[in-house]
Design a protein around this ligand. Structure first.
Ligand SMILES: *Cc1c(COP(=O)(O)O)cnc(C)c1O
Length: 458
């Protein structure tokens, strides 16, 4: 199987290439040239598998040229052995909500599910065997800690994590800045997540810098992350044993929900994928009106969704525009020159076949947390609450699975405000609250980040 770029179909890359690069040359995103479509008989077979075996079957489709199935299975077992749930994820019925808990990994957010496996793939693919790899990643709060937990103390790997200064929760920061080994560098950028992501993308596109530092990336634009996230759509769909299932997904960079779209392409009969946004609602606007126009990022109580440039949306566009790579490229150049692009009615209708999108305000989010706690004595995190809020706007959609994207402990301040309770740290989070945090604050510019990285690796 080959991978090509959303902006240039003629490019050909292997899984190992795209795993290491993350971003395609010229700024596009990688997609596979074929997506396996399961028939009913195959789906029946998959529905009987354990989480790890299901993950092996699904992920193998995308990396079979480079990883043997047996080896993949042991990488998966190793990756998920640190999870609190034996089956990695858990489905809980809370009133009429089906909550898919994805936060039982080492840093309490769904990001662990892909990142733990990616960390082990770096070893297995021997990408850092002869030469040190420098991974540069932007985080809105959870990717960073998951990457640190997965890559800390790995040989020949350095990890530089850019987070927006003062714009993530204090526990998100605490986890990130205290759990890492000597190969981890935390950088607080004086800007938003969008600024951090822009810096990382631009450094990737600077060939001389990229090759000089042997740069690699693990942001959700890395296809390997999407692939790992497809698995829990299948798993939860099978576990619910219903026919007409939709998913409601707290969304920022459009990575997690895009994995659901790929699951549907692979033959999983998902009804609708519901995009839940906070007031940074660019995805809600583009899906309902066709206008994609990033604004200034506003701070909310769901910091991991404080994003205005939803990078993975480009991967959906590719299919919505009938696989026309030059059209994708031209919309993306409109975006960089005019800061917007518009979709046609026909294209919006095509998106609406699979997607719905709802904006949930901070006030609504707080009252949902409060309501779920009062009625069910169960505490959900603010991001998950937006997913619940979005699901509630659809009365006739049949069963809805809400993706529980983070453990509430990570957002203790907001939970305290919503329900007046202090939360205890879950046992499997090995967080030392007294440990000194290490991070450097630097300006929002490519050159400062480049100088910082070069200074550290010399
Ligand atoms: C990353 C994250 C999201 C958004 O996921 P995307 O893949 O960026 O859409 C939602 N909730 C939490 C808790 C997250 O960490």
């Amino acid at each position: 199987m080959n991978y090509f770029s959303t902006r240039d179909k003629s490019l050909k890359f292997s899984f190992k290439d795209i795993f290491l690069r993350g971003l395609a040359p010229g700024g596009g995103l990688f997609l596979p040239n074929e997506i396996k479509k399961y028939n009913q008989e195959e789906l029946n077979y998959l529905s009987k598998l354990s989480y790890n075996d299901l993950a092996t079957e699904i992920i193998f489709n995308f990396c079979s040229d480079e990883i043997k199935k047996k080896e993949l299975n042991s990488l998966i077992q190793k990756s998920y052995s640190s999870f609190k749930e034996k089956e990695v994820v858990n489905i809980k019925k809370i009133g009429n909500i089906n909550l898919l808990e994805l936060y039982h990994g080492p840093t309490l957010a769904f990001k662990d599910i892909a990142m733990q496996l990616i960390g082990n793939m770096y070893d297995h693919l021997e990408v850092a065997k002869d030469k040190t790899v420098n991974i540069v990643v932007a985080t809105s709060g959870d990717t960073g800690s998951a990457a640190i937990a997965a890559l800390s103390n790995k040989k020949n790997i350095n990890l530089f994590v850019l987070h927006p200064h003062n714009k993530i929760s204090s526990i998100q920061r605490k986890i990130m800045t205290t759990i890492g080994g000597a190969n981890i560098y935390n950088i607080a950028i004086e800007g938003s997540f969008d600024d951090c992501q822009k810096i990382v993308k631009e450094l990737f596109n600077e060939n001389s810098f990229r090759s000089k530092i042997n740069m690699s990336g693990v942001n959700s634009i890395n296809w390997a992350r999407i692939v790992c996230q497809i698995v829990y759509y299948f798993y939860s769909f099978f576990k619910l044993k219903k026919n007409n299932i939709s998913f409601s997904v707290p969304t920022g960079n459009f990575g997690d929900i895009y994995a659901g779209y790929v699951a549907k392409k692979m033959g999983l009969p998902i009804n609708k994928l519901i995009v839940a946004t906070n007031k940074n609602d660019i995805l809600q606007r583009v899906i309902n009106t066709g206008e994609y126009k990033p604004g200034i990022v506003k701070a909310t109580i769901t910091p991991s969704m404080d994003i205005q440039v939803a990078s993975n949306f480009e991967r959906l566009l590719y299919y919505i525009l009938d696989e026309n790579d030059s059209k994708v490229g031209s919309l993306m150049s409109d975006l960089s020159s005019k800061n917007l692009f518009n979709l046609e009615r026909r294209e919006i209708d095509k998106i609406k076949k699979d997607f719905e999108a709802v904006k949930v305000t901070d006030e609504e989010t707080v009252s949902i947390i409060d309501e779920i706690y009062k009625e069910h004595k169960f505490i959900i995190d603010p991001h998950t609450a937006t997913g619940v809020g979005a699901a509630k706007s659809f009365k006739n959609l049949g069963d809805i699975i809400v993706l529980g994207t983070a453990h509430p402990f990570k957002f203790s301040d907001t939970i305290k405000k919503a329900i007046g309770k202090n939360l205890d740290s879950p046992e499997h989070l090995k967080l030392n609250m007294d440990k000194k945090e290490t991070f450097d604050i630097i300006g929002n510019s490519n050159s400062e980040v480049k100088n910082y990285i070069l200074g550290k690796i010399q």
